[in-house]
Design a protein around this ligand. Structure first.
Ligand SMILES: NC(=O)c1ccc[n+]([C@@H]2O[C@H](COP(=O)([O-])OP(=O)(O)OC[C@H]3O[C@@H](n4cnc5c(N)ncnc54)[C@H](OP(=O)(O)O)[C@@H]3O)[C@@H](O)[C@H]2O)c1
Length: 290
């Protein structure tokens, strides 16, 4: 039997939100309500409550966030408003209409000092404003008994701004680029994340997915240098990628050395085959080529 559901997407003009717009075209069983700040500013509590009261979605996927990791250091209040306070508005709205809340979080809630993949119940220890506000947003989201919290990492898409697009720009213009090789993680195609979230929604609506935290990234582990090298190869650019240590590429926020998330929980819960990051990259690049 087809499951018909009203799914509210907040932050729908971002990378992940836009991937849901693409998925919506292939998923007639689901009815989506797409909103970004102009239609629903999630920092406005009364707007969120009255929107939810009017449309009564059965699921809310919060794709809105303050994602400027470095800028957050000088704008902590803005980051907190969107990444923590606004989540409390969504919790209140979801509670009132009984909706499931899907909150997206990040590897930045960890300090990156581990040397084996982070599990869902590992201690969070954020070391940046962005990470702290996302970790506090997690706590708020988890006060609601119908929350599914999804942590992901190194997100890219054909939409928005991301590392892939920066490398494609640089690769087309420059002879070489220096890229950090002592920070590792897993590049994650936002389209794969969106599809996985839709599977979570299906599973939770049939009562098969317990509330709580889930980790999802693509498969595999690489450094930013490996990622950049693969991008240049797939794009056919002759731009040489030089590996450099992170210390030679200072940023306001020190990037975690190790950002790998353990995905066994979601893999088992959904019987999921997770695509390798190189496979996701190839599909995204094909899409960018048109
Ligand atoms: N990007 C990554 O590498 C990464 C890694 C791990 C986890 N995540 C998490 O994954 C989620 C999705 O990330 P993303 O990369 O898709 O984010 P994104 O591209 O930055 O999209 C966020 C969207 O939210 C919108 N927005 C801003 N303020 C809003 C408000 N007050 N009300 C409603 N919408 C608002 C933004 O609009 P404007 O652009 O106009 O501000 C943007 O369209 C986030 O929770 C993020 O923390 C991201």
């Amino acid at each position: 039997m087809a499951i018909v559901s009203d799914i509210l997407i907040t932050g729908a003009n971002g990378q992940l939100g836009n991937e849901f717009r693409v998925l919506a075209k292939a998923e007639p069983d689901f009815h989506f309500l797409f909103t970004d700040v102009d239609e629903l500013n999630i920092t406005d509590r009364s707007a969120v409550i009255s929107f939810m009261d009017q449309y009564k979605p059965s699921v809310v996927v919060n794709c809105a966030a303050y994602t400027a990791v470095d800028k957050a250091e000088s704008e902590p209040e803005k980051a907190r408003l969107l990444n923590e306070t606004a989540v409390s508005h969504l919790v209140a709205g979801a509670k009132a209409c009984g909706a499931t809340l899907i909150q997206i979080s990040t590897d930045y809630v960890f300090d990156g000092t581990q040397s084996h993949p982070y599990q869902e119940n590992d201690l969070v220890c954020p070391v940046s404003v962005y990470g702290k506000t996302k970790a506090d947003g997690e706590k708020v989201a988890l006060t609601y008994d119908r929350t599914l919290l999804v942590r992901t990492a190194w997100l890219y898409s054909s939409f928005g701004h991301n590392f892939l697009k920066s490398m494609l720009r640089v690769g087309a213009e420059k002879l070489f680029v220096n890229v950090v090789d002592d920070q590792v993680g897993t590049p994650t195609y936002a389209a794969d994340l969106a599809e996985t979230i839709l599977s979570m929604i299906r599973c939770s609506q049939s009562g098969g997915l317990p509330r709580g935290i889930y980790h999802y990234t693509n498969e595999g582990v690489c450094s930013w240098y490996d990622f950049a090298t693969e991008i240049m190869q797939m794009a056919g650019f002759s731009c040489k990628v030089n590996p450099i240590p992170g210390i030679l590429y200072p940023t306001p926020v020190k990037r975690p050395s190790y950002s790998v998330l353990d995905k066994n929980k979601i893999r088992k819960a959904l019987d999921l085959e997770i695509p390798h990051w190189k496979d996701g990259l190839m599909r995204c690049m094909q899409k960018l080529r048109g």
